[in-house]
Design a protein around this ligand. Structure first.
Ligand code: ADP
Ligand code: MG
Length: 461
C-alpha cells in the first residue's frame, strides 16, 4: 500500500477537525516516509512542527492512522521531505505492478499526490485544483460557464464573479482552477488567491508592523484577486472598508475579482450596502447539490486515478448515501480504496456499507456540543453549571460566548439550537455572542491562541 495514500486519508480526517489556516500551518509538507514494525515514521518540515505534532496532535494522528491500518501502534516524527522520500522508497516490484495497470492515469495520480500540498507562496494557489479534475454537472454549470468567460476575458465580462454555495461543493476548487488556468495561459499576470480570514490576518499583521501602505500597494497590483469565503469579512466594518478600497482600485483598472461565499450577497446580513451593490453589479452564480448521477460520475472520475477497481454497485452505494458534500464523497472513496488495498481484495457491498457508515460518522466523533462545553469550562476553570447560569460576571460570560462561537463555527449548529444548549437562551443572544468573539478575534491575538488551545483539548478529549 502507498504511504502517500494512507497519509492523504489521515489528513482528510484531521482537516475536518481544524480550521483551514491551522491545518495548513501544521500539516503542510508532512508525509509518511516509512511504516515498519508497527511504527509509522512521519516527516515534517522543521523542528517546530515536529514538536507541535508530537505534543498536540499525536493522539489524533495515531488514532486516524490506526483506523486505516490496525498494525500501526506508534508514530514517530522526523525532519525531512516526505514527497521525495515517498517516491524513492517505493519497492521495485510495486513500480512494475503499477506500470502494468495503466501508466498514464497512475502517473497522473502520482503527480497530483506529490503536488497535493505544495501551495505556491506567491499566488497562494494550490496546483491540485484544475479543470482537468473538475466535474461539471447541472449543479455547477452556471458557475463553471461564468468561470470560463472570465478566463477568456479577464476583467472584461463578469466583474466581480461571485460564486456561492454550501460547504464542500467545489467553490474553492472552481475559483482556484480559474486562477491556475489563467496563470497557465498568461504566465506574466499577477494572481492572488486568499481566503478572507487570511486576508484579515494580513491586515492585522500589517497594522501591527505599520506596513499597511505596503499591503495596500501589494493588493492593488494584482491582475486577478480571488477572495475565498468572503462571508467572514462581513463581520467587521474595518475589514469591509479596507476591502472596499482595494476592490475599487482593482475594479477601476479592469482587474478581475473573483469572490466566493457560503451564501448570496443579500443573505450576508452584516455586509455593507456599498459592497453588496458592487457584488450585485457583477455576475452571481450559485453552486447547488449534485444529483445522484453526477455524484456517481464524480466518484468514477476520482476512482479512475486510484489503483483499485471498485464495482458499480459499491460506487452507487456511496453516491446514494453521501449527498450533501463532495469532500465527504472523496473521503469515503479514499477510505474504500485504502480498505481494499489493506485487505488485498475487492470491496463487496457489505464492506462498503460499513465503510460508508463509519466514514460519515467520523467527524462527529471528534466534536460535539458536550465536548465543546466541557473543553471550554475546563480551560477557563469554571464548572459547566456556572456556564449555564444567567450570570453577567465577566469570568463566565466570556467562556459562554466562546463555547457558543465554537459550536457555530465547528458544528455549524443553528443559533436557536445553540441557545437551547445554554438553558434556552434566545437566538439573538447567541448571535451577539458569536459576533462578539469574531470581533475580538481580529484585534486580540491572545484570544486566538486560547481558541487554538481549546480546540486542541477538544481534539484530544
Ligand atoms: P467548498 O470550497 O465549496 O467548500 P471545495 O472546493 O473545497 O468545496 O471542494 C471539496 C472537495 O471536493 C475538494 O477536494 C474538491 O477537489 C472536490 N470537488 C468539489 N467539486 C468537485 C467537482 N465538481 N469535481 C471534482 N471534484 C470536486
Ligand atoms: Mg472552500
Amino acid at each position: 500500500m502507498e504511504n502517500r495514500d494512507l497519509w492523504q486519508t489521515v489528513l482528510a480526517k484531521i482537516e475536518l477537525t481544524l480550521s483551514r489556516p491551522n491545518f495548513l500551518t501544521w500539516f503542510q509538507g508532512t508525509g509518511v516516509s516509512n511504516i515498519a514494525q508497527g511504527t509509522a515514521t512521519i516527516c515534517v518540515p522543521n523542528g517546530f512542527v515536529r514538536e507541535w505534532l508530537q505534543n498536540k496532535y499525536h493522539k489524533a494522528i495515531l488514532h486516524a492512522l490506526r483506523e486505516i491500518n490496525t498494525d500501526i501502534r506508534e508514530a514517530v516524527y522526523i525532519i525531512g521531505q516526505p514527497d521525495g522520500a515517498g517516491v524513492r522508497h517505493l519497492p521495485k516490484e510495486h513500480l512494475n505492478k503499477r506500470k502494468e495497470i495503466s501508466a498514464p492515469s497512475v502517473l497522473m495520480a502520482e503527480e497530483m499526490a506529490i503536488k497535493e500540498l505544495t501551495v505556491n507562496p506567491e499566488t497562494n494557489l494550490n496546483p491540485r485544483y484544475t479543470f482537468a479534475n473538475f466535474v461539471v454537472g447541472s449543479f455547477n454549470e452556471l458557475a463553471n460557464a461564468a468561470g470560463q468567460s472570465v478566463i477568456k476575458n479577464p476583467g472584461m465580462t463578469y466583474n466581480p464573479l461571485f460564486i456561492y454555495g454550501g460547504v464542500g461543493l467545489g467553490k474553492t476548487h472552481l475559483i482556484q482552477a480559474i486562477g491556475n488556468e489563467l496563470l497557465a495561459q498568461r504566465p506574466q499576470i499577477k494572481v492572488r488567491y486568499v481566503p478572507s480570514e487570511k486576508y484579515m490576518g494580513e491586515i492585522v499583521e500589517a497594522l501591527r508592523n505599520q506596513q499597511m501602505n505596503a499591503l495596500k500597494e501589494r493588493y492593488r497590483a494584482f491582475d486577478l484577486l480571488i477572495m475565498d469565503d468572503i462571508q467572514f469579512i462581513a463581520r467587521t466594518e474595518k475589514m469591509q472598508e479596507e476591502f472596499f478600497h482595494t476592490f475599487n482600485a482593482l475594479y477601476e483598472r479592469n482587474k478581475q475579482i473573483i469572490i466566493s461565499s457560503d451564501r448570496p450577497p443579500q443573505a450576508i446580513a452584516t455586509l455593507e450596502q456599498r459592497l453588496r451593490s458592487r457584488f450585485e453589479g457583477g455576475m452571481i452564480a450559485d453552486v447547488g447539490l449534485p444529483d445522484l448521477e453526477t455524484r456517481l460520475i464524480i466518484l468514477k472520475t476520482k476512482a479512475q486515478t486510484k489503483e483499485v477497481v471498485l464495482s458499480d454497485q459499491v460506487l452507487r452505494h456511496v453516491a446514494e448515501n453521501i449527498k450533501n458534500n463532495i469532500r465527504e464523497l472523496e473521503g469515503a472513496l479514499n477510505q474504500l480504496v485504502m480498505t481494499s488495498k489493506v485487505s488485498a481484495a475487492p470491496i463487496d457491498l457489505e464492506t462498503a456499507k460499513k465503510v460508508v457508515a463509519s466514514y460519515t460518522a467520523t467527524p462527529r466523533k471528534f466534536l460535539s456540543p458536550k465536548k465543546i462545553i466541557k473543553a471550554v469550562s475546563d480551560f477557563y476553570d469554571i464548572t459547566e453549571k456556572d456556564m449555564m447560569q444567567h450570570s453577567r460576571k465577566k469570568d463566565v460570560v466570556k467562556p459562554r460566548q466562546i463555547a457558543m462561537y465554537l459550536m457555530r463555527e465547528n458544528l455549524k449548529s443553528s443559533y436557536p439550537s445553540i441557545g437551547d444548549k445554554f438553558d434556552g437562551r434566545d437566538h439573538t443572544t447567541v448571535i451577539h455572542s458569536c459576533e462578539k468573539v469574531a470581533q475580538d478575534l481580529i484585534t486580540n491575538p491572545e484570544l486566538e491562541e486560547e481558541l487554538k488551545a481549546i480546540k486542541e483539548r477538544i481534539l484530544l478529549a
